[in-house]
Design a protein around this ligand. Structure first.
Ligand SMILES: [Mg+2]
Length: 397
């Protein structure tokens, strides 16, 4: 990894004076997902729209940082965060975390993630260090799993056979782990058939996971699919049923009845709620996402909490912040390369001007993706493209 300084901050090193945030720009922008039908179904020729957030931060001392990610619905929260941090020291990420946690106390706090990630990018660029280096990380690549679109009629993932064939295609590309997002109609029979077929066809050479994204209607259905995962030797079983992935009690009972480890927590936000779930025995793996769980700062707190508990933390979704965090976390297994399918539907925003990619075919032959090694997040955004597709831009200064 490079250590070349790109911007010195001698005034802070000498005097300890804060370098205050003078401007934050929060842009909501849209992009087309080709070969993806409404509802996240892999379908050649279809087009869906997706919205994401782009954040840029400037300080009085001339430092800058940026990040693209997050969820469209948290745009207003992110703007609220920007207002809360205006005039604050851009390098004081812990106090920013505390300030934002309180400011968003009546919300789900989702909007804080993109702001925190941009602050880490800013600090890394100022110090000439990658985020992974600032975190003390040493991994240069992360081992990925291919995480599919949902099943649907007429699409590329329309049958259990289609999932098995796509898993074999992913194996040939280099992946050694595969997660199916199944059908979301509430039924279980196709999911169970796909789980059994995946176990038969690739179970000896790939780690397999199932994620219904909270689709199964009853505890009994979740139990039936979980028992199929047991029979097929699945690596994990994620958010099985329609409590919204929130009930510690229900998942503790489910854990008592099946062998396959559970991954619950994608729909809980932040350190305290994830900790409550773990302490209530509601999950086996801890879930974290820099976009959802108050940024890189929040994700690393969760990783250390999991470490204390002797558990692994599994990061949700792909992105540069996720790779940097994983570079500095021992107790983690796989990078989620989502969402992918045989029709090559594009999930991730086409915003990079530096060759960074979270596309299915960008995987290395060893099944890994590189941790960017430039300063900060180590990526360059195509701001002309982002601005051209802006839906709403708020400038806080
Ligand atoms: Mg999930």
């Amino acid at each position: 990894m490079g250590h070349q300084a790109v911007m010195a901050r001698p005034e802070k090193a000498v005097s300890g004076k804060a370098d205050r945030i003078k401007k934050v720009e929060v842009t909501l922008f849209s992009y087309s997902m080709e070969n993806v039908a409404y509802g996240g179904v892999d379908l050649r020729g279809a087009t869906s729209e997706r919205l994401r957030l782009a954040v840029q931060i400037w300080t009085e001392g001339g430092a800058t940082g940026s990040y693209v990610g997050g969820q469209a619905n948290s745009h207003a929260q992110s703007v609220q965060c920007a207002r809360a941090l205006l005039g604050q020291d851009a390098f004081a990420r812990e106090s920013a975390y505390e300030r934002l946690r309180r400011r968003l106390r009546k919300e789900d706090r989702m909007g804080a993630g993109v702001i925190d990630c941009a602050l880490w990018d800013l600090a890394g660029r100022a110090f000439g260090l990658s985020v992974a280096e600032m975190l003390g990380g040493s991994k240069t690549k992360v081992k990925a799993y291919a995480s599919t679109w949902f099943g649907g009629q007429g699409g590329g993932l329309a049958s259990p056979e289609a999932y098995a064939e796509f898993a074999e295609e992913c194996f040939e590309l280099g992946y050694r782990a595969f997660k199916m997002h199944g059908w979301t109609d509430g039924g279980t029979q196709q999911d169970i058939a796909a789980i059994r077929m995946l176990g038969d066809r690739v179970g000896k050479k790939m780690a397999l996971m199932h994620d219904s994204a909270c689709s199964f209607r009853t505890f009994a259905d979740a139990l039936a699919v979980g028992r199929a995962c047991d029979d097929a030797g699945f690596f994990w079983y994620e958010d099985p049923y329609s409590d919204g992935g929130l009930s510690a009690h229900a998942h503790r009972r489910l854990r008592e009845m099946i062998k396959t480890p559970l991954v619950i927590g994608e729909h809980l936000r932040g350190l305290e709620l994830h900790a409550n779930l773990v302490l209530s025995d509601g999950t086996d793996f801890v879930r974290a996402d820099p976009d959802f769980d108050m940024g890189i700062t929040g994700t690393m707190k969760l990783a250390r909490f999991a470490e204390v508990m002797g558990l692994d933390v599994e990061l949700h979704a792909p992105g540069p912040a996720h790779r940097h965090c994983m570079a500095a976390i021992r107790n983690t297994n796989f990078y989620e390369l989502s969402m992918v399918g045989p029709s090559r539907g594009s999930f991730n925003a086409p915003v990079y001007a530096c060759g960074y990619s979270d596309e299915l075919d960008a995987v290395g032959p060893d099944g890994t993706f590189p941790v960017p090694d430039g300063p900060g997040l180590g990526v360059t955004y195509d701001w002309d493209r982002i601005r051209a597709s802006a839906v709403d831009t708020v400038i806080v200064e």
